[in-house]
Design a protein around this ligand. Structure first.
Ligand SMILES: Nc1nc2c(ncn2[C@@H]2O[C@H](COP(=O)(O)OP(=O)(O)O)[C@@H](O)[C@H]2O)c(=O)[nH]1
Ligand SMILES: [Mg+2]
Ligand SMILES: [Zn+2]
Length: 357
């Protein structure tokens, strides 16, 4: 039986790029276990490892396949041992972070996603500063961002939380849902669709796997059931791509204790501050006490929360964007995404589309 890879998100653009690798087989990465990848191709799922050449040429963990990647392999099944991944097709979007415990290694959390569900629970997990951090990465990912507030059943006043989220939400859609009851994830349905890939991102325990199980209609993913009870404690340990019965693809990710920024779009997640900063008397205003600083005036007038500004300053420092203005940041991003002048045409195309949006 031939598998329809379009259901797995295959688009003409990847099909086209795949034709440049004659003699190889197109597949999408569904799971990663250290150096072993489970991929899905036209003849089903099989296991693969990367070629020596790919590993040798990799400068960073971001150059290795990630869940969601479209790759070329040397065979269409693994009956004769693991297949070899020789190429990764150019990513359309990535949710990336700084690999834990490293100074500058990038880790791709999910690739080729249409929408990122930033999941945050409406209980003790609720933290606007963390949300700003996730948004900064999501808005840079080239995927759409949706804020998913989970565990609504545990919150006495979801409407109040919703208002707080909307204030920092950078225009992203916000949905409130619960994995506790059947109808709880109905709000997510409008974002799902055949061939569309959604990545569930957020801290451990917020209910990502529970929601995905609801969407799947069965308890496929282990959820973190027994906190404090060390018997049978299951949790998501690896990233995994799954096909929904109603159409659409979801990527479950293990919770991250901390999302360290590797790249980000502060102009998107902190547009309000960027707008104020553009009106500061000095172009290179650091908003730390210069005269004519609109950012500080807004804080004094109670129009901008000092916590939000402190978080902005912290994230900007973490990204190494201190002192760059939004124009320079945009150029920085284009350079990073399209690598130098060689692909300038793509970069212009991107900039044009961005302006249209
Ligand atoms: N009260 C409540 N508990 C939930 C809800 N969704 C998930 N949980 C519980 O939260 C824990 C963590 O859920 P899990 O789906 O494993 O979270 P993940 O780490 O984000 O994948 C489990 O004990 C779930 O039963 C919800 O909507 N309401
Ligand atoms: Mg999980
Ligand atoms: Zn200023």
């Amino acid at each position: 039986m031939k598998i329809d890879l379009e259901k797995y998100g295959l688009s003409p653009r990847f099909r086209q790029e795949a034709t440049m690798h004659e003699g190889f087989f197109l597949a999408r990465v569904c799971e990663q276990h250290r150096d072993l990848y489970k991929v899905i191709g036209e003849h089903g799922e099989y296991w693969a490892t990367v070629s020596g050449k790919l590993a040798y040429n990799a400068a960073d963990s971001a150059d290795f396949p990630a869940v969601g990647d479209w790759v070329m392999t040397d065979r269409a099944d693994d009956r004769a041992g693991n297949a070899i991944i020789s190429h990764i097709l150019r990513r359309r979007s990535v949710f990336a972070r700084r690999a834990a415990g490293t100074a500058n290694a990038t880790q791709i959390v999910a690739a080729n996603i249409d929408t990122v569900f930033i999941c945050m629970a409406l209980n003790a997990d609720f933290n606007l500063r963390r949300l700003e951090r996730y948004l900064t990465v999501a808005l840079d990912s080239m995927a759409a961002a949706v804020i998913v507030l989970t565990k609504a059943d545990l919150c006495p006043d979801p409407a109040a939380r919703l208002a707080e989220v909307a204030a920092v939400g950078a225009g992203a859609a916000v949905v409130v849902c619960s994995g506790k009851d059947e109808s709880g994830c109905r709000e997510l349905l409008p974002y799902l669709g055949a061939g569309k890939t959604i990545a569930f991102i957020g801290s451990s325990g917020v209910g990502k796997s529970t929601l995905i199980n609801r969407l799947l209609g069965r308890e496929l993913l282990a959820t973190n059931e027994t906190r404090g009870d060390d018997k049978g404690r299951h949790t998501t340990t690896h990233r995994q791509l799954l096909l929904l019965p109603g159409g659409g693809i979801v990527i479950d990710t293990p919770g991250m204790r901390e999302l360290q920024l590797d790249r980000g779009d502060l102009a998107g997640s902190f547009e309000d501050i960027e707008e104020l900063a553009a009106k500061c008397r000095y172009k290179d205003c650091s908003h730390t006490g210069e005269p004519g600083c609109e950012v500080l005036s807004a804080i004094q007038a109670g129009l901008l929360s000092p916590e939000r500004f402190a978080n902005f300053a912290k994230l900007r420092k973490e990204l190494g964007y201190e002192g760059l203005n939004s124009r320079q940041l945009e150029q920085e991003k284009i350079k990073r995404m399209f690598g130098g002048l060689g692909e300038m045409k793509q970069a212009m195309h991107y900039a044009k589309n961005k302006r249209k949006r």
